[in-house]
Write a protein that binds this ligand. Structure first.
Ligand code: ASP
Length: 378
């Protein structure tokens, strides 16, 4: 049942304004998102003017506001997507924007239900030609996981841009307005097509497969350790893509029925590691286990024995790494062929988990088939 979608290994490569300022008028396209489909050229609306961008808001610090009880404290997800977009001067010159609120949560609470709602809404908007591009406003903590999930399930080549901020909207030097402006620049540009889901923050455009959060508090936090950004964007110079669209192969998976992905646990490896976390994962019904291994996806002898036993029971075991960059390679210090393990290649544990969930949901049970999907990019 894997990959039954139309996306035939389709390709991807994949200012500061306080919210207290009066809301600028949002340029909503006529009839809003529910209106009849437009027969529009890519990057243009039916009248041949500005591109139509659907903004799906989920919460996060970008929609956060100061908590008056403590200096530096704030609450995520306090401002709606519509208010957010209206607070950034000049967006109405770039695109016709229509904002919808999908959730109002910090992304530490991101979950399958919101993921499925996002995926379905985006696909519907593209299938009905209601939008030329989509922007998702999101917390930064799990932004990379949402980006990667959507990259694997949304079909078509219209741009999907995910954006967040490290500082709340009420901060002295909030980074949200600039990031939002740049996200609209990217989503509205026809050159952004065919690049999969992109994260746009702090002047960088990064691919969903490689982007990861690298710093707990700095605004310069998102990086792509293995391959660098796919481009740069700034409000003055516009967009500079460094790669061709369609540089990476990717599969698209169909969303399973319902609103839940199969249970896959991440087990973090460390010195003095025993088998308890692996046994726990198995006893809680994990269908897959991703090892955040040391080095090249390694772990202790007792953990390895427990993983081997798990694989024998039909639990899919994927070796990833807690190291920030590099690839996990088959059969180096671990006999993956003998143990029936899979390696995650360049995918970090949190993204390896998402891909494993999608593959299990697609009916994959054989490690060799899982491995093929992890390696399919190269
Ligand atoms: N905890 C916040 C979140 O992910 C952090 C942020 O958005 O920067 O929603």
């Amino acid at each position: 049942m894997r990959k039954p979608t139309a996306g035939p290994a389709s390709s991807r490569q994949r200012r500061t304004s306080m919210l207290a300022i009066p809301l600028l008028s949002l340029a909503l396209w006529s009839g809003g998102i529910g209106a009849a489909a437009h027969a529009a050229e890519p990057g243009k609306d039916a009248a041949g003017s500005l591109p139509r961008i659907l903004v799906l808001a989920t919460g996060g610090t970008i929609a956060g506001q100061a908590d008056p009880r403590a200096t530096g404290a704030y609450k995520s997800g306090q401002i709606t997507g519509e208010q957010l977009m209206a607070s950034v001067p000049g967006l109405d010159k770039l695109a016709k924007l229509n904002a919808e609120q999908i959730s109002s949560i910090g992304s530490q609470d991101m979950n399958d239900k919101v993921w499925f709602a996002l995926a379905r809404r985006i696909q519907d908007a593209f299938d009905k030609n209601e939008a030329d591009g989509v922007i998702i406003t999101h917390g930064t903590d799990t932004l990379e996981e949402t980006a990667f999930f959507l990259d694997n399930v949304v079909r078509g080549d219209k741009p999907v841009v995910i954006v967040g901020s490290m500082r709340p909207a009420s901060a002295v030097s909030a980074d949200g307005p600039g990031n939002l402006y740049e996200a609209v620049q990217v989503a509205a540009d026809p050159r952004s097509r065919g690049r999969g889901v992109m994260a746009v923050l702090n002047d960088k455009i990064q691919g969903a497969r490689s982007v990861t959060k690298t710093n707990t508090t700095s605004i310069e936090t998102f990086g792509s350790p293995n391959d660098g950004p796919i481009g740069y964007v700034d409000t003055a110079g516009g967009i500079r893509f460094l790669t061709q669209a369609g540089g990476f192969k990717r599969a698209t998976y169909q969303l399973p029925a319902g609103e839940q992905l199969p249970r896959v646990e991440i087990v973090y490896s460390h010195a003095n590691m025993d088998a308890v976390p692996i046994e726990d994962a198995i006893s809680h019904g994990a269908k897959g286990i991703v090892l955040a291994g040391v080095g090249d996806g390694n772990t202790s002898k007792s953990a390895l024995d427990a993983l081997e036993a798990a694989a024998k029971k039909g639990i899919l075991v994927v070796r990833s790494t807690r190291v920030r960059s590099g690839f996990v390679t088959r059969n180096v210090e671990v006999d993956d062929d003998k143990n029936g393990f899979v390696v995650s290649e360049d995918l970090n544990p949190q993204k390896a988990r998402v891909l494993t969930q999608l593959l299990i949901a697609s009916g994959v049970t054989a490690p060799a088939e899982l491995q093929k999907a992890f390696t399919a990019t190269w």
